[in-house]
Write a protein that binds this ligand. Structure first.
Ligand SMILES: Cc1ncc(COP(=O)(O)O)c(C=O)c1O
Length: 442
């Protein structure tokens, strides 16, 4: 049997101490239990209930600063567009807006949210393979900075709309470099067979065509090869191909002023070696430093993933002839990553007493009626009793944004931890609110 990544392997798995030591924003206090930026998570669970997402604002700010510093340190002037899909909460968007970031959006809804959070239209880039006519009209009406076009068909559609309204769209062609990012196949986007981007071989012809179309001003190229990327080699390969295209386009007399380097930088959920922003900056520099292009990037997960935890209560511990099941009140409808990507998340007790006294392996599950609702397998946990609060780590990216109301489970509360206190940034959904929009047939 192939071991799923969410299955623990005592030979490689970090202990509770190692998990916490690697995340300086988390700390155990002997009396107050696990603290997030000094704020007891037990207090949040008591006040807001569970399941609840808790985000460290300072960790997001610090990670943004360190990413920006890595770019500056490599002598690169890079405009960072936060990938809204990773965490689209207004509090998060306004934090990054205030820190100086723009936004990478993939829907009209994300565009409106970014604007609502105060991000200037000029600093918004719109990516995605299927922007509807209404969404393209919205992008033009908002006069956003850049539209990343992903097909000849979309280019024609955008040209017709923009020409009709008398506007000019600033367009980058998103090119598929045919590079395998080596990550989970569901979040791999840069292979020739993936739905994203314009085939590499078609890019020059389409760029030339774009330059002659009404309502279109081609300004550059974009690429994004996937998410949770844990090696720099795929970045180097993709960037080298894009740099080659920039040269070729210029050789054809075409104007190229910008390159969007995408996102995807991975984070260690377990204890995987992960590349640093400085490593990514070096890859960008190596490819583009002598091309005189304005560089942008679209990181999401790296900025917000580690900054969030999902708090859950133990409902019961079900004994079986095999591993016991620890049943939490958080489930796959809250955090779908383990079910969807076999993703591994650290799960630690919030109470300090006994946190490091591990018992035999247990399977951690939620109450949803699917065996796929498994958050961890063969996990060594302390002896747990009903009501114990657990923190699921690194839940700040692709967490609450991917939640659903499956099994008519309401959306969890979301809280913001900043400057020593916490506040609610997302109310727990009332059970009835989840079906408020429905009608019985006439
Ligand atoms: C076009 C685009 N840009 C940026 C991102 C952000 O990726 P990540 O959160 O891994 O940095 C994604 C997500 O896959 C994406 O599709």
């Amino acid at each position: 049997m192939v071991a799923l990544p969410l299955t623990n392997d005592p030979a490689i798995d970090p202990s509770v101490q190692d998990l916490i030591a690697a995340r300086p924003w988390l700390k155990y206090d002997a009396f107050a239990g696990l603290l997030l930026d000094g704020v007891p998570l037990a207090g949040i669970a008591a006040g807001a209930g569970t399941p609840t997402w808790a985000y460290s604002a300072e960790t997001m700010r610090a990670r943004y600063r360190s990413l920006a510093d890595a770019m500056t340190g490599a002598d690169l002037n890079v405009e960072v567009h936060f990938a809204v899909k990773a965490n689209d909460r207004l509090a998060v968007l306004s934090l990054f807006g205030a820190a100086g970031a723009g936004a990478d959006v993939v829907s009209g809804g994300e565009l409106l949210k970014a604007r609502r959070a105060g991000i200037a239209a000029a600093r918004i880039v719109y990516s995605g393979v299927g922007k509807s006519e209404a969404e393209l009209r919205l992008a033009l009406a908002e006069d956003i900075g850049q539209i990343n076009v992903e097909s000849a068909e979309e280019l024609a559609m955008l040209s017709a709309i923009a020409a009709g309204t008398g506007q000019t769209a600033r367009v980058a062609l998103r090119v598929n470099p045919d590079v395998d990012a080596g990550t989970n196949t569901k979040i791999t986007t840069g292979r020739a067979t993936d739905k994203f981007g314009i085939p590499y071989a078609d890019a020059i012809a389409l760029y030339r065509q774009a330059a002659g179309l009404p309502g279109i001003r081609p300004i550059g190229l974009a690429t994004h090869i996937g998410s949770q990327i844990l090696a720099l080699a795929p970045y180097r390969a993709a960037y080298s191909r894009i740099a080659g295209l920039v040269r070729a386009l210029r050789d054809h007399g075409l104007h190229v002023e910008t390159v969007d380097c995408g996102g995807g930088l991975g984070i260690p959920y377990r204890n995987e070696p992960a590349p640093s922003p400085a490593g990514l900056a070096a890859a960008m520099k190596q490819a583009f430093h002598n091309l005189d292009v304005r560089l942008t990037m679209e990181p999401g997960r790296w900025l917000v993933g580690p900054a969030g935890v999902l708090l859950a209560s133990v409902i019961l511990v079900k004994q079986t002839p095999h591993e016991p099941f620890v049943v939490l009140d958080a489930a796959m409808n809250d955090l779908v990553r383990p079910a969807m990507y076999d993703a591994w998340h650290g799960i630690v007790p919030v109470a300090a007493s006994g946190a490091h006294t591990l018992g035999g392996p247990a399977t951690v599950v939620g109450p949803v009626c699917e065996s796929g609702d498994t958050l961890a397998r063969s996990r060594s946990l302390p002896p747990l009793t009903p009501g114990a609060i657990m923190a699921i780590l690194d839940a700040g990216a692709y967490g609450s944004v991917m939640s659903s109301t499956y099994n008519a489970r309401p959306l969890a509360a979301e809280v913001w931890v900043d400057r020593g206190s916490w506040s609610v940034i997302g109310d727990r959904q009332a059970a009835e609110a989840a079906w408020e929009r429905e009608r019985l047939p006439a």
